[in-house]
Design a protein around this ligand. Structure first.
Ligand code: IMP
Length: 194
């Protein structure tokens, strides 16, 4: 088992500019509240928010949803919003959507506060693993079912500060990895808006 780059720094930053352009267009003339889901989305959030040229408020939430290895969907707030998001345009900024259970619970929680609008932006989408469908409005990269680390993502709290996104693969998966990388770079060219 080895650690290999799946998405390099340049590809990440180019895609973030594209996502920010979409958001700047979609919310032209509006105020925006960007909600960072700590800890995993810290770098994505920091880089994306600095490319957004709207009147923007920054908010932070930290939840834990895992019991052991399993995503339960029951979320426990370690840090909640400073202020409720009633009547605000909210974009939740996530690092990766995996089973979807955490975000499903979080979106239900935020909807109760009656925001003016509520959208979801994730850097990575591991769609094959989905257990609960969540509506994702802005997707950085759709990725195959690899466990990924770096650029905020961790394994037991390690590797978050690596600037690229890595995955762990077996030797025999190397050829497949090249295909996965090509498919990721194509998303820069063609986007993947839903
Ligand atoms: P979900 O409820 O399964 O969608 O959980 C999403 C959360 O699980 C993410 O915000 C990450 O913190 C974590 N996660 C899921 N997949 C990975 C991965 O490949 N690497 C690191 N963390 C992951």
């Amino acid at each position: 088992m080895g650690k290999e780059v799946l998405i390099d720094e340049e590809t990440i930053s180019k895609r973030i500019i594209q996502l920010a352009d979409q958001i700047n267009n979609d919310y032209k003339g509006e105020k925006l509240t960007l909600v960072c889901i700590l800890k995993g989305s810290l770098y994505f959030y920091a880089d994306l928010s600095r490319k957004i040229n709207l009147d923007t408020e920054l908010e932070f939430i930290r939840v834990s949803s895992y019991e052991g290895e399993n995503s339960t969907g029951k979320i426990d707030f370690k840090l909640d919003l400073d202020e409720e998001v009633t009547n605000k345009n909210v974009i939740v900024v996530e690092d990766i959507v995996d089973t979807g259970n955490t975000l499903d619970s979080l979106l239900k929680h935020l909807k109760k506060q009656k925001p003016k609008s509520l959208k979801l932006c994730t850097l990575l989408d591991k769609k094959d693993r989905r257990e609960t469908e969540v509506p994702i409005d802005y997707v950085g990269f759709k990725i195959p079912n690899h466990f990924v680390i770096g650029y905020g993502l961790d394994l037991d709290q390690k590797y978050r500060n690596i600037p690229e996104i890595y995955c762990f693969i077996e030797d025999e998966e190397r050829e497949q990895l090249n295909e996965d990388r090509e498919r990721i770079v194509l998303q820069l060219k063609y986007g993947n808006r839903r």
